[in-house]
Write a protein that binds this ligand. Structure first.
Ligand code: IPD
Ligand code: CA
Ligand code: CA
Ligand code: CA
Length: 268
């Protein structure tokens, strides 16, 4: 086995261990009367004590096993490493679902090697599901290979999206949804971008787009969806980014991207 393959194995093991431990903490340690601890970019951008506890657990475990790696976490982790590996961590994706006791929430952990996404793990405790991918090796859900469903015609496509926390941007996102809703079979807003991306990978959704995601929302899920056969991008010709993230199987992807470009889904 080459050094690279051995390193990827190690990164996957660290990501799986951290995601499972954080998932168990979130599942078993949720206080009965969980409250919002603080708001961030807007009144609807909430954080709980459990988001913070999960990030502490994950970053502590990574720092112990891989002390020279960099880290970026939603709740503040920001470490410049020296090894060429950088971890991108969303300790709790779907905080609002978690707060209300809805099941679509997860732990999302990705690793980049020299700037390239190479490992992604999404742990979904309320479903008993762990999705993971290693670049070039495919994606799995609870040990079974993941594959996107064949692209349907647009009017038979079930497409998920999400909305950011900035109110003025939500009005623009609502206008884009209003334009697109009549063209698809239906639209879902599940409340966790990483779960949505795994659902595209598993063929439970046909496609996904969102404006305003952060790298911790999409990094692991995009790799899982790509390794399951999906295409992922930002605006036409760009990689997925906070500006726009579009994910769907070949055939549907192009149509979705053309529509989003026509509607200017990435700007106000
Ligand atoms: C949010 C979720 C949601 C998406 C938002 C994200 P958080 O992440 O992924 O589905 O629509 O854009 O910010 O705050 O629950 O980790
Ligand atoms: Ca958040
Ligand atoms: Ca998130
Ligand atoms: Ca989060």
């Amino acid at each position: 086995m080459t050094d690279r393959q051995e390193l990827l194995d190690e990164l996957l093991d660290v990501a799986l261990t951290a995601a499972r431990q954080a998932g168990a903490l979130l599942r078993d340690g949720r206080p009965e009367h969980l409250e919002v601890a603080a708001t961030k970019s807007s009144a609807v951008d909430v954080v709980t004590e459990m988001d913070l506890a999960a990030e502490k657990l994950i970053t502590g475990l990574i720092a112990e096993r891989r002390p020279d790696d960099g880290m970026l976490g939603e709740e503040g982790a920001d470490v410049t490493g020296t090894s060429g590996v950088r971890w991108i961590v969303d300790p709790l994706d779907g905080t609002v679902n978690y707060l209300y006791g809805l099941p679509a929430w997860c732990v999302s952990i990705a690793a980049e090697l020299d700037g390239e996404r190479v490992v992604g793990v999404v742990e979904i405790p309320a479903r008993g599901e762990t999705a993971h991918a290693v670049r070039g090796r495919g994606a799995q859900l609870n040990g079974r290979p993941l594959a996107v469903r064949p692209a349907p015609p647009l009017d038979q496509a079930l497409i998920a999206t999400g909305f950011g926390y900035l109110r003025e941007r939500r009005a623009q996102q609502a206008r884009v949804v209003a334009e697109l809703l009549p063209r698809f079979r239906d639209i879902r807003r599940g409340g966790s971008a990483a779960v949505d991306l795994c659902d595209v990978a598993a063929g439970r959704l046909d496609g996904y787009w969102e404006r305003g995601l952060n790298p911790w929302d999409y990094s692991a899920g995009v790799l899982i969806a790509e390794e399951a056969g999906a295409r992922a991008s930002g605006r036409t010709g760009q990689p997925p980014s906070p500006e726009l993230t579009v994910v769907a199987p070949e055939g549907l992807f192009e149509q979705l991207q053309i529509l989003l470009d026509e509607l200017g889904a990435w700007h106000d």
